[in-house]
Design a protein around this ligand. Structure first.
Ligand code: HEM
Length: 419
């Protein structure tokens, strides 16, 4: 039996928080191995890196999610006992509900709501001295996502709700005040959505069939029961909150346009789907999800390594997207690399890997790609702007991270094109 490399640290919990995104990646390089062992919060955890390991991790016969997600992540990012923590038939039924919202018509509706908001905001920005793109994008996405879901969003609440969805995401890797802000934001968000679910079920809030609000309110579990109000509220948040989170990728995309200006012209080339190459590289190159976790379902072995039932297993998302065996010069921003990409569900996993229905791959990946393409077209052609001196660095030890300034634009002029 081969020996598994063990991190010499007695417990790595603080190191994960201190080192952030590169924690797993650095160790897989140091040990020159796709598998190694650490201790996390006092427990043994097996860490996996790379496409072959991702294929193992996304085999639903080998792993379960129940019990794998720390409570601190559930109380901020995803909600207690939400889809991310479900297995087998229960998961499948919930996932079908989410995937039913991701069809072409539904996506098109979201994109046209978003396009409207980008244009509206562009005119507003013309009157402002400076615009912080990240904050504005959060609002744009929040308005469009609520309209798409048919969740009423009164005008005076827009900014507060957008910030709350953002705080839920920001809270997942935080300790102290950042974690508390995420928790409070989630409490407020779930309370709001409980009211929406109750109103729909009482007939006081009419919503169209096929929208997120209608679908979640009337979804039935495998036992034929409606979701309880709290769970329905959590899953409705889970349909809107990650749309608002696309603001992070949009901010990184703006940074990429700024730092690699030749792509501005290439993006306009109608001969090639350059926007697709560009946004895929944004999702590969810039950090968002650091890793995902699962528990071993039953004992098994892989390449001679023993996986005992109940062991926590972490998959290195950040590092797998920059694995030199698949990604030449991974630290170079180079969209053209995606011309050769074979579309494996395991070597490029910014939003998880494997299958959508039978596994936990992100339900919103197509929406994310389309919303990003639209935002890039808007930033490239829908407005002209200056980028004043500011701190555009992003800190890899902070999870999630973002350019420090949030990407400030000045002298914004709308062109009426793009998006
Ligand atoms: C799951 C990332 C956008 C809905 C996930 C997972 C990741 C992820 C890493 C977990 C994969 C795993 O557990 O193996 C992201 C990122 C996004 C994004 C970085 C960009 C901002 C979206 C959008 C939606 C969405 C726009 C829907 C509107 C979901 C759902 C799950 C999920 C419902 C749970 C899937 C399951 O457990 O089966 N996402 N996501 N996400 N995401 Fe996303």
């Amino acid at each position: 039996m081969p020996q598994i490399f063990r991190d010499p640290s007695f417990d790595s919990t603080l190191d994960v928080l201190r080192e952030g995104y590169p924690f797993l990646y650095c160790r897989s390089q140091r040990f020159n191995s796709d598998i190694f062992q650490i201790r996390l919060m006092g427990l043994k955890a097996i860490c996996l890196h790379g496409a072959e390991a991702a294929e193992l991790f996304y085999n639903p016969r080998l792993f379960v999610r129940k019990g794998a997600v720390p409570r601190r992540v559930q109380t901020t990012l995803m909600g207690i006992d939400a889809i991310q923590t479900r297995d087998n038939g229960e998961h499948r039924c919930r996932k079908e509900m989410f995937m039913s919202l991701m069809g072409p018509e539904s996506r098109e509706r979201l994109m046209s709501l978003l396009a409207e908001q980008w244009q509206r905001y562009a005119h507003r920005w013309e009157q402002q001295d400076r615009v912080v793109l990240f904050r504005e994008a959060q609002e744009i996405l929040c308005r469009a996502a609520c309209a798409w879901a048919e969740v009423p969003l009164p005008e005076p609440e827009v900014s507060k709700r957008a910030r709350d969805f953002g705080a839920m995401v920001d809270g997942f890797g935080g300790v102290g005040p950042r974690h508390w802000r995420g928790k409070q934001a989630r409490r407020r968000g779930e309370k709001w959505m409980r009211g929406i679910i109750r109103a729909i079920r009482k007939g006081a809030l009419p919503v169209q069939e096929g929208t997120a609000a209608h679908t979640v309110a009337w979804h039935r579990e495998p036992n034929g029961e409606l979701l309880d109000v709290q769970m329905a509220a959590i899953e409705l948040v889970n349909a809107i909150r990650p749309i608002v989170a696309i603001a992070t990728y949009i901010t990184f995309a703006a940074l990429a346009l700024h730092e690699y200006p030749p792509y501005r012209q290439l993006l306009r080339n109608p001969a090639e789907d350059y926007p697709e190459l560009f946004v895929q590289e944004v999702r590969r190159y810039f950090p968002f999800t650091p890793f995902v976790g699962a528990l071993v379902r039953e004992d098994f072995s892989w390449h001679g390594f023993e996986f005992a039932k109940g062991t926590l297993v972490l998959l290195d998302v950040y590092g797998t997207n920059r694995d030199e065996r698949w990604w030449q010069d991974p630290e170079v921003f180079w969209p053209e690399r995606f011309r050769q990409w074979q579309r494996s569900p395991y070597d490029f996993i910014p939003q998880g890997g494997g299958e959508f229905l039978t596994g936990h791959r992100c339900a919103g990946e197509w929406i994310t790609i389309e919303a990003l393409k639209q935002a890039v077209a808007f930033l490239n052609d829908g407005i002209r702007y200056d980028v004043p001196a500011q701190d555009l660095t992003y800190d890899l030890t902070r999870m999630p991270t973002l350019p420090a300034s949030g990407f400030v634009m000045t002298n914004v002029r709308a062109t009426g094109k793009g998006a």
